[in-house]
Ligand binder design. Structure first.
Ligand SMILES: [Zn+2]
Length: 204
């Protein structure tokens, strides 16, 4: 993995800067893939696409509109990933301006809550997280499109999370890509075990 340096962004409300590294090259060595679509690739890390200003807590996309010139100060903090509740706040504040952004934010709510289980804790640590999880799952089911392969797999994952195992199995079984047989086999195995939790999809 070769880091290329940092990009800089400016809060549109208070003009505080944050930085975000970018990669010149990376690879998927030791990458792990999970049933919720998250990839943990130590040599190909993901950086935030949306963040919260460390000064005024305004949430904004790190994009061409907020990108600024290189800053020379050493004091500029890294852009942080949003918590599940801040991701929901972003949606509430109208930052999911199109379908793609809406799915991005909602899949990250799913990933962020799943991270607790993924890294060895109980899935929910409080009632509010459970409520957020449930409403996010229902909203994802409403906006995802079964005709898009990646979205179909995510629908199957959400059905499995909800305990709708036969619906999940039907969706997975209907995938007709031979190169996804290993993904299908992993889902079927977990559906048969009545496992609702996120799992790692191991390469066969
Ligand atoms: Zn700010």
């Amino acid at each position: 993995m070769i880091l290329g340096g940092d990009d800089y962004f400016e809060c549109p409300v208070c003009n505080t800067f944050v930085s975000r590294p970018f990669l010149l090259s990376g690879n998927t060595f030791k990458a792990r893939l999970y049933s919720d679509g998250k990839k943990d690739a130590p040599m190909l890390p993901e950086f935030p696409a949306i963040t919260k200003c460390p000064n005024c807590y305004h949430i904004y996309w790190l994009n061409a509109n907020t990108k600024c010139e290189k800053q020379n100060s050493e004091q500029i903090p890294n852009a942080e990933f949003l918590s599940a509740f801040d991701l929901q706040r972003a949606i509430d504040e109208g930052l999911a301006s199109n379908r793609e952004n809406d799915i991005y934010l909602r899949q990250r709510i799913l990933w962020t809550i799943n991270d607790r289980f993924r890294y060895g804790f109980s899935l929910f640590n409080d009632y509010e997280t459970r409520v957020l999880w449930d409403s996010n799952q229902l909203r994802l089911l409403a906006i995802l499109d079964e005709n898009q392969l990646n979205e179909k797999i995510l629908i199957a994952e959400i059905c499995r999370n909800m305990g709708a195992f036969s619906k999940s199995r039907d969706l997975i079984s209907s995938i007709e890509h031979n190169d996804l047989d290993w993904v299908k086999a992993a889902f079927i195995e977990n559906i048969d075990k009545r496992n609702k939790n996120v799992f790692e999809i191991k390469l066969l």
